[in-house]
Structure formats: C-alpha cells, structure tokens
Design a binder for this molecule. Structure first.
Ligand SMILES: [Zn+2]
Length: 284
C-alpha cells in the first residue's frame, strides 16, 4: 500500500470510529437510563444499560408500552434481554402482550403467582410461545446484566412456600421489589407492594424511588422515606384515574422528604440518567 492509500485508510477509520461514537452518544450508551413510560394508569418501565441492553419492568395497561419502547430503543434492536412482571394484574401485565408481539424477550422474571383472569391465562400462553427463559426471583438473588446489578429484595423464599398452598389474597403483596445498583448509585422498583413489606426490606438511600402502587397511601410511609431518602420519586399514574392516585398524604410525605416528584400524568414519559440524575420528560 502506498503512502496516499494509507492516509485515505487512516481517515476512513477515523470517520468510522467517530460515526460509531456519535451513534453511541445519540442512544445514550455508557450510562444507565431509567425510563418510566407514559402508559396511563399502570406501571411500565424501561432500563437501558450502559452497553445498550434492555430491561423492561411491567408493561402497563393497553399497548402504549410498545410505543414507548420504540421511542427509546433503536429501530434495529428487537431484543429485550430481561422482562420483569412484578405481579399479575392488568395495569402491569397487559402491555407485556404487546412486548411479546413486537420484540424477542430472552429472559422473563416472574414469581409465578397466578391470577384467575382471562388476561393472565393469555399472558401465560404468550410466555410459553415466546420461549423465554423463566426465572423466579427470590430475596437475596442478584440479577446481573451488562455490569448492572438488580438485587432482589422481595419476595422472600418462605413466602413462596406459603403461596403454593394458597395464593396471597392481596396479590400486590407478591410484587417483586428490585434495587438496581450501578457505579455507587441505586434505584428502587417496587411494583404495588404494601408499605409494611417495603419498610421491612428497603435497604438504604437510593437516588431514585419508583413510588409503590401509583402513589396510593398503601404503598408509602414516612418510615419508607426515612430509609430510602430518594432524591427523585417517580409516580406512575394516569390522568383523572378513578382511584384518586396519587394520594395527598403521600405527596405531602414526599414534599417533606424533599424528593423531586415526577408524575407520568403531568410529564408524559420520564427519563432519569442515574449517574447525573438529569431528567428529561415528554413524549418526543
Ligand atoms: Zn398497579
């Protein structure tokens, strides 16, 4: 190769590297992004790891989660590395049908606690057809993906034994609680767990708290906030919902704790960069 060819090759390589870096930057690679999708009255979140792996937690009602995923994932990425169902209720589960339909879900994290509904049966069928590896989370487990650690805080192993005899009368009690840990920062994902259980298992301060049960007073107490001291409190809630979520007392508790309250009904999608704690909102 002559000198001129070498120079051209060097320039081409530089341009390629710059191009790759620009693409990586435009998709926010290199950091943990937590996106609370605007799914209406329900929970649906997407966590994107520094290397671009995707973790979906719940799916909300309807199919809005799929639109949200397409807003934040590059169009060529059709793979969800991990999907979590915190508990088998419609406002967390229904949208996962659209995720199965539009993406390849490699791993499914679910307690296996059943709900006697048509939707639950449909979801079970869809999961079998999807062929995902199914993983039952037990407190003390660690789920690691691309350097991001999800610590399972709930359910405790002993609960599974009890639920095998009879499922919990309040299915919210079976909600999977996860603590995401990365680079000295952390975030809690709490499903619809009752505050009595969250008080028991919450484990230190985290920058981000996904407020339990759409800001209902069953999910948050002063004790929970004293333990977790979240700088950012995300409330996944729909406009004018019939439950009166979020509860005024919970909002007051969060105000007193000086947490920044971010609500999907007011802001649309909510994206938090875990490291810088920069917040971006709106539906693009
Ligand atoms: Zn719910």
């Amino acid at each position: 190769m002559d000198g001129k060819s070498k120079a051209i090759l060097a320039v081409a390589v530089c341009l390629l590297v710059l191009g790759i870096l620009a693409i990586a930057a435009s998709f926010g690679l290199g950091r943990v992004r937590i996106i609370a999708c605007d799914v209406g009255q329900g929970d649906g979140l997407l966590v994107i790891t520094p290397g671009g792996n995707d973790v979906v937690i719940d799916g909300g009602p309807g199919s809005k989660i799929a639109d949200c995923l397409s807003r934040y994932m590059p169009f060529w990425d059709r793979k969800i590395e991990i999907m979590v169902l915190t508990h088998p209720q419609q406002d967390h589960m229904e949208g996962q049908m659209a995720v199965f339909a539009n993406y390849k879900v490699e791993n499914m994290v679910t307690t296996g606690v059943k709900n006697d509904t048509e939707l639950y049966r449909e979801w079970q069928k869809a999961l079998v057809l999807e062929g995902s590896k199914v993983y039952k989370p037990v407190a003390g487990d660690s789920i690691n993906v691309d350097g991001v650690n999800f610590e399972v805080l709930w359910p405790a192993g002993a609960r599974y034994d009890i639920w095998q005899e009879a499922p919990p009368s309040d299915v919210n009690e079976s909600s999977v609680i996860l603590r995401l840990n990365y680079g000295g920062q952390c975030a809690y994902f709490t499903g619809d767990i009752p505050k009595e259980i969250l008080e028991l298992v919450a484990n230190g301060h985290c920058a981000v708290l996904k407020v339990a049960h759409h800001g209902s007073k069953t999910g948050t107490s002063q004790k929970v906030l004293e333990e977790t001291k979240p700088e950012i409190a995300i409330i996944q809630v729909g406009k004018n919902n019939r439950f009166g979520h979020p509860n005024k007392e919970v909002l007051d508790l969060l105000e007193t704790a000086r947490s920044k309250i971010l609500r999907n009904d007011q802001l649309g999608d909510i994206e938090v960069d875990l490291d810088s704690k920069r917040v971006i909102t709106g539906n693009n």
